[in-house]
Design a protein around this ligand. Structure first.
Ligand code: ZN
Length: 318
């Protein structure tokens, strides 16, 4: 079986302040909070999920909230920038909005055929809004950003590598990406036979002096989509055949995951499209209450006591 990989599933990063993170991603960027749960490997810390209206694969920006975690450093080998797609007519709106909210590091550039607005989140993580002619996706139905300007999921990610060739070879020879264009030291790879949504992976070469390390304000890993469990198993064996160490399938409740390091050192995950975020609460109520996997429910009282209290977005409380 030749499995498919339609694009990015989610991006997971680290924040040192859960509340500040919620206020920024829902209150400024206008993403929908689609899940409040705990890190399954460290259940006294939150795992926060944001997305479009349904939290579909390709829209899920997630954070490990490690209160007071030391700041990391953005640099190779890492996903150094996460890019969101916004309707092309919305870039002026966004520039004003980000300025009004005192967002740092706002710059604009032309890249390939797109206008790109770059800025920093409160942990100083690098983000981009990419003006996209037909961004697809479902704008959040409620929230502070008018639907015609709303973020519609990911455009893609940028990875910095010390030597990009082995990474490029993995993307094209094994993972089904095609090389699309090169501009100014940046090579764009496109997943999924040209799927235009959440499918761009840009690789740039960076020198060893700029080497990064994980901590608050950095991306922990990027996950790519497997349409179903059978295709995930096929990916697992394809990755192993390539000689890379790959994890067993893990039950992440909202999807099933395998993990491996690409040859340059960036942590990759392949996650199934299903079962999705509506598996433990209704689509209307996504992200409004702490959800725990069944195996942690017996510890709910203890965990709730250990977790810092959160103010969830006001516009979800009506
Ligand atoms: Zn993940």
């Amino acid at each position: 079986m030749k499995p498919t990989l339609p694009g990015i599933h989610h991006v997971t990063a680290i924040t040192a302040d859960a509340q500040q993170n919620i206020d920024f991603y829902t209150g400024v960027l206008g993403l929908r909070m689609v899940k409040v749960t705990v890190n399954f490997d460290d259940p006294t810390t939150y795992h926060l999920y944001y997305g479009d209206e349904s939290g579909r694969p390709g829209s899920a920006m997630t954070f490990f909230a490690w209160q007071g975690a030391r700041r990391g450093r953005i640099g190779p080998p890492q996903v150094t920038v996460t890019g969101f797609a916004v309707p092309a007519a919305g870039l002026e709106y966004w520039r004003e909005r980000l300025n009004e909210h005192g967002v740092r590091g706002i710059t604009e550039e032309q890249r390939f055929d797109d206008r790109v607005l770059t800025f920093r989140d409160p942990d100083d993580m690098r983000l981009e809004l990419v003006a996209t002619r037909e961004p697809g996706g479902d704008a959040p139905a409620r929230g502070p950003v008018p639907p015609e300007y709303a973020i519609r999921g990911f455009h893609g990610v940028t990875m910095a590598e010390l030597g990009p060739e082995p990474t490029a070879a993995l993307l094209t020879d094994v993972m089904g990406f095609s090389e699309e264009a090169t501009d100014n030291g940046r090579t764009r790879y496109r997943a999924g036979g040209g799927n235009p949504y959440a499918s761009a992976v840009d690789v740039v070469e960076a020198d060893a002096a700029s080497r990064g390390f994980n901590g608050a304000g950095t991306v922990h890993h990027v996950a790519f989509r497997a349409p179903d469990d059978a295709q995930q198993i096929a990916w697992q064996s394809a990755i192993a055949k390539r000689g890379l160490g790959v994890s067993p399938v893990m039950d992440r409740c909202y999807f099933h995951s395998i993990y491996f390091r690409e040859p340059g050192g960036v942590l990759f995950e392949i996650a199934t499209d299903g079962p999705g975020f509506a598996v433990d609460e209704s689509s209307e109520a996504l992200g409004q209450a702490l959800q725990l996997p069944a195996w942690m429910e017996p510890d709910r009282a203890k965990l709730e006591k250990a977790l810092p209290p959160l103010r969830l977005p006001e516009w979800l409380q009506d």
